[in-house]
Design a protein around this ligand. Structure first.
Ligand code: AP5
Length: 200
């Protein structure tokens, strides 16, 4: 076999981590060996070591050159760890973003070097209504996502993020799978995720 790599993307607060966790549970029940790598966690570890940030929501405000360095290091570390842990078998799910709102502009989370390193079969784009996303952000204490919490901004940004996912997919021939994370229906979204992973 070959390690299956998929990427989960979605605007902050859409519920990509929630859907991914449910999908992992379902895949494990089916007997798959699964590893989830949160891209932001890998970046945050290095950013903290260097004294650049204290909190994850500060990272997208760093200078672009700093973010680019953190991004490249994260992609390398994720794929190396996954290969060591999963070997040729198993499913690697990378929890990340196709587009990031930075002070320099909208920046790709999966530029050529990152997507080629990860080489996914599927890029999932988790979506929900902008109104619901804003509500979910409100309920998620301890996070600072005010730069993503305007309904009109979210509408435009989600379109950009979807297009960014397609642009990244083209570079490696990955499928783009848009999943709607309906209010109170995490299981339904996770089931679609699992169905696609099984078809790789
Ligand atoms: P990251 O760690 O991904 O933070 P985030 O974008 O805020 O994403 P979260 O995982 O915290 O939110 P979520 O959308 O998954 O929502 P959740 O499941 O918690 O990224 C952090 C930073 O890392 C980025 O800002 C960036 O700086 C950097 N980074 C990451 N990847 C990068 C890359 N590739 N390149 C460069 N930089 C990168 O759910 C939210 C709430 O909604 C929860 O309370 C949940 O219970 C609720 N909820 C979820 N689904 C439902 C539902 N169906 N019905 C009702 N409630 C729901």
């Amino acid at each position: 076999g070959m390690m299956r790599v998929v990427i989960a993307t979605g605007v902050p607060g859409v519920g990509k981590t929630t859907v991914t966790s449910k999908a992992v549970e379902m895949l494990k029940e089916k007997g798959y060996k699964v590893k989830v790598a949160n891209f932001g966690d890998y970046m945050l570890k290095v950013a903290k070591e260097r004294g650049w940030v204290q909190h994850r929501d500060e990272m997208r405000k760093l200078n672009l050159s700093q973010q680019r360095e953190l991004q490249a290091l994260a992609a390398k570390a994720i794929i190396e760890e996954a290969k060591a842990e999963l070997g040729d078998e198993g499913v690697l799910i990378v929890d990340t973003h196709a587009a990031i709102n930075t002070p320099t502009g909208v920046w790709p989370g999966l530029p050529k070097h990152v997507i080629e390193n990860l080489n996914p079969a599927i890029i999932f784009v988790i979506e929900a209504s902008p109104e619901e996303i804003v509500e979910r952000q409100r309920g998620d204490k301890g996070r600072v996502r005010s730069d993503y919490s305007d309904v009109d901004f979210l509408k435009r940004f989600m379109e950009l993020a979807r297009n960014a996912a397609i642009a990244s997919a083209v570079l490696v021939g990955a499928a783009v799978n848009v999943i709607y994370n309906r209010q109170g229906a995490v299981e339904e979204a996770a089931a679609k995720f699992v169905e696609a992973v099984e078809k790789i």
